[in-house]
Design a protein. Structure first.
Length: 298
């Protein structure tokens, strides 16, 4: 994928021109992100840079260099992050960055491959026919075709919204949180199969505006646990393990995305047709927040 493209001045203010056709050098630019290359593996930290007109993606033990025409920007979240889609289906969750958006915009006027256009036209026709018959049921049956990275992006966006007004930072020391995470992972692995078969992460928060002390899951494997749920000496109470297993089972079944398919089927079908799930992510909070244990007096 080491294809480069010739820039026409996207970084004139920040970089200096090469002598090979006006290509820009932005070697001073770096951006950190999370690389989702598999539906079953946890995200991997990567560093993005622009080298010789290509987007350099460097992680532990691998690197990629897709051209701008091969990278698309999906959803931009309210927390100032955006989702990049790579040509092999992998995704990168990273902070919104004007320079990167400018670089990616350069080749977007190029004609899309004919194969992709034909596939999109066929999917659009199928979607319209299915919508005529049973839109919600059709969308739910197609959930498995949605990349698992979309669930994780929705979960991250929802946690950001909760942190902005509903939850408070955990009062537990960072070392105690790490110890509790290790204990929970070990205990949960022996308590329920879903904990061993799907990546997940415990996030500790103070109760804030939650309706009651609680533990609940978000799409993509984030489990929010309030400070008062862990048992003494960091041992998870049986009730917490039962709740954790129940939430992980729902995450494994992609219950959040299935709910979106039933409630907002058009957004998911359009995402499958155009390979852009921005609308699905955008409607996630207003739809899925109804099932969160929040105080509704706000």
């Amino acid at each position: 994928m080491g294809v480069t493209h010739a820039g026409t001045g996207a970084f004139r203010a920040a970089g200096r021109q090469h002598q090979d056709g006006g290509r820009q050098d932005s070697s001073d630019w770096r951006l950190q992100g999370d690389y989702f290359g598999s539906a079953t593996r946890a995200p991997q930290p990567v560093t993005l840079s622009l080298e010789g007109g290509a987007l350099q993606i460097a992680g532990q033990g691998f690197s990629e260099r897709p051209a701008a025409a091969q990278v698309r920007i999906g959803h931009r979240s309210s927390s100032g992050r955006m989702l990049l889609t790579l040509p092999d289906g992998a995704m990168i969750d990273c902070p919104t960055d004007a320079r990167l958006e400018q670089w990616l915009a350069l080749p977007q006027t190029a004609e899309r491959p004919k194969g992709r256009r034909r596939r999109q036209a066929a999917l659009a026709l199928i979607a319209m026919l299915m919508a005529w018959l049973a839109l919600p049921a059709t969308a739910e049956r197609l959930v498995d075709r949605v990349p698992a990275q979309i669930d994780r992006h929705i979960g991250r966006d929802m946690l950001s919204r909760l942190d902005q007004g509903w939850l408070q930072p955990s009062q537990l020391p960072a070392t105690q949180q790490q110890d509790l995470r290790r204990r929970l992972e070990k205990q949960a692995a022996g308590h329920c199969p879903a904990a061993a078969s799907s990546p997940w992460e415990a996030q500790f928060r103070a109760r804030g505006q939650l309706g009651a002390p609680s533990a609940f899951g978000l799409p993509g494997g984030t489990i929010v646990i309030t400070d008062d749920r862990p048992g003494p000496a960091g041992e998870a109470a049986p009730a917490l393990l039962d709740t954790l297993c129940r939430e992980l089972q729902q995450v494994q079944r992609r219950q959040g995305l299935r709910t979106l398919a039933r409630q907002e089927p058009a957004s998911l079908l359009l995402g499958l047709v155009f390979e852009d799930f921005s609308a699905t992510v955008a409607v996630a909070w207003p739809v899925l927040s109804r099932w969160l244990p929040l105080e509704r007096s706000r």
